[in-house]
Design a protein around this ligand. Structure first.
Ligand SMILES: C[S@@+](CC[C@H](N)C(=O)[O-])C[C@H]1O[C@@H](n2cnc3c(N)ncnc32)[C@H](O)[C@@H]1O
Length: 304
């Protein structure tokens, strides 16, 4: 099955099959304790619905169904995206921390690095005038179309593009949002693009993991002897140092778990505020004191 077939299959899937895909994601990626629980969930769901055979026919599984679960490259993306949607279903109206209804209702909204579009679904539910998402991953964009249709929400306008070069006209959005994505992008170019496409006075909200979070992840990866993950976080730290010193980042091209272009970087509140101010944002604020691991940054587009 190709992506278009999987899109059709997901549209018609029963909720239990979506839960099965979420459990497959945990079984393939999670720490041992969560993995064992996921394996029990898979066995239980499969006994009840026979779903494993169905999702195997989509080509998401590499193994013959026994544990440990191995997902195909596309299967990793599908199971990860479905996990996000199934989690979202538990709280579909919760706005991301730091976003208020006023920022969203009646607004033309862009989500940079939108993933499978769950934040856009919430914004639509809160009365956004239009929702647009940009992301590098075609499979995530396909999933965001599926999830919008499943929810009976008009599909967002979607662009398969890097945040460093957005295919949108100058001054076209009232609210620019980015969650857990800016720290994977060439940050200078991405924030410059956010400023370009934001109308004068537009609000911007950026949520991202900072140093305390990355430090914890690094320690866990080292303890768990996860060599590839450790190397990736080390690249983030190295990029953070280079970024602080020079404003530049290293970008590597290799086929990773999800993408093939990588510019991971660790930011600090200071580096992010400097970046926002440099590219034309004002009224800067953040809640890094209360949420040091994953704060929300606010800014407003300075009139040109
Ligand atoms: C951790 S996910 C967050 C997704 C979504 N914002 C959310 O909160 O659920 C990071 C997302 O950033 C996207 N991404 C990474 N680098 C990117 C880039 N240079 N340009 C656009 N999107 C990128 C990935 O494809 C992925 O969907």
């Amino acid at each position: 099955m190709d992506l278009a077939d999987i899109e059709r299959a997901l549209l018609a899937s029963a909720p239990d099959d979506l839960k099965l895909l979420r459990s497959l994601n945990f079984a393939a990626n999670a720490a041992p304790e969560k993995r064992r629980q996921a394996e029990r969930d898979i066995a239980e769901l499969n006994e009840r619905t026979g779903g494993l055979e169905r999702v195997r026919s989509w080509g998401v599984l590499q193994s013959n169904g026994s544990f440990p679960v191995q997902l195909t490259p596309l299967g990793k993306q599908i199971c990860d995206g479905v996990k996000q949607y199934v989690n979202w279903l538990d709280h579909p109206l919760d706005l991301p921390r730091g976003v208020t209804r006023d920022m969203v209702a009646g607004k033309q909204i862009l989500d940079v690095g939108c993933g499978v579009g769950c934040a856009l679904l919430t914004f639509a539910r809160h009365g956004a005038a239009s929702t647009t998402g940009a992301d590098l991953m075609p499979s995530f964009l396909a999933l965001s179309r599926v999830f919008a249709r499943r929810e009976g929400i008009a599909a967002p306008r979607l662009a398969c593009s890097t945040g460093a070069s957005l295919p949108f006209a100058d001054e076209s959005f009232d609210f620019v949002f980015s969650r857990l994505a800016l720290n994977y992008m060439p940050a200078n170019a991405a924030v410059a693009e956010m400023a370009r496409v934001a109308r004068d006075g537009a609000e911007a909200v950026i949520i991202l993991n900072l140093l305390p979070w990355e430090w914890r992840v690094l320690k866990d990866d080292v303890r768990g002897l996860r060599v590839k993950d450790t190397a990736f976080v080390m690249l983030k730290f190295l990029n953070g140092l280079i970024f602080h010193a020079t404003g530049r980042q290293i970008t590597l091209r290799y086929p990773g778990r999800m993408m093939s272009v990588h510019s991971p970087v660790v930011h600090t509140p200071w580096s992010l505020r400097r970046l926002l101010a440099r590219h034309g944002f004002e009224n800067l604020g953040d809640n890094a004191a209360e949420h040091p691991e994953t704060p929300t940054f606010h800014a407003r587009r300075r009139p040109r």
